[in-house]
Design a protein around this ligand. Structure first.
Ligand SMILES: O=P(O)(O)O[C@H]1O[C@H](CO)[C@@H](O)[C@H]1O
Ligand SMILES: O=c1cc[nH]c(=O)[nH]1
Length: 235
């Protein structure tokens, strides 16, 4: 497609695989490419949002950072679906647990994503859109986690525009609605996938306890998500 490279992605047409694994952190993308992919080639470094294409068990796969927040996810996933003809994007992120049963390092598979963002405004819908995962990807991820013996909790997440929320009470409200964890991109990814007629899934490793003290270090967030990465690569 002649829209490539884009203002945000330096890859040429054909340099990006049909499946993209997308952590928020570009250095996590580099680590995944160097650790898990055979013959990884860096295909973009625009704004240091690194992307690599290689193979995993003989199949071509791209791993690329998506940044933090819905505007950033919105740009990268839109371009991947529309200009690079990507079929499926699997976000692999970190999140804060909102529930006691969801512990540090557990994997949350986001069946749906609530949001406090206005991202859906662009579609002009006469109501509220419910951003959801692709069911087949979700079922396969849950099965892969089971085979691996990893605790994976499937359910609703919150994609928030706000990391440091001035209103400390909001987390209680989402917790009372059974929302498992809070992060910042899934709703935009699921909406872009729906609007493009493509597939998406988001998996999150719990890095913080919103109602507790424990948290992972920056290095653990960059390098410590092996189980989730292996599940995603199997998809
Ligand atoms: O670890 P990533 O994928 O960046 O995800 C989470 O971490 C960032 C905040 O620390 C936000 O992007 C949030 O969604
Ligand atoms: O968005 C995020 C990501 C990790 N931990 C949180 O509490 N929020």
């Amino acid at each position: 497609m002649e829209m490539t490279p884009t203002p945000h992605n330096g890859a040429e047409t054909g340099e990006i695989a049909k499946t993209v694994l997308m952590p928020g952190d570009p250095l996590r993308a580099k680590y995944i490419a160097e650790t898990y992919l055979e013959n990884p080639v860096q295909v973009t470094s625009v704004r240091n949002m690194l992307g690599f294409t290689g193979t995993y068990k003989g199949k071509e796969i791209t791993v690329m950072g998506g940044g933090m927040g819905m505007p950033s996810m919105g740009i990268y996933s839109y371009e991947l679906y529309h200009f690079y003809d990507v079929d499926q994007i699997i976000r692999i992120g970190s999140a804060g647990s909102l529930q006691d049963k969801v512990e540090l390092m557990d994997v949350v598979i986001a069946m749906g994503a609530c949001t406090d963002s206005n991202y859906a405004y662009q579609y002009g819908l006469p109501g509220t859109f419910a951003p959801i995962a692709d069911y087949e990807l979700l079922a396969r991820a849950a099965e892969a986690a089971g085979k691996q013996g990893t605790k994976a909790v499937v359910g609703n997440v919150l994609s928030s525009d706000i990391f440091y929320n001035a209103d400390g009470g909001v987390n209680d409200k989402w917790r009372n609605m059974g929302v498992l964890a809070v992060e910042m991109e899934t709703a935009a990814l699921y909406m872009n996938a729906a609007a493009a007629g493509k597939k998406a899934l988001c998996m999150l490793t719990i890095s913080d306890l919103v109602f507790g003290e424990e948290k992972l270090s920056a290095e653990e967030r960059q390098l410590g998500f092996g189980k989730m990465i292996e599940i995603a690569l199997e998809l």
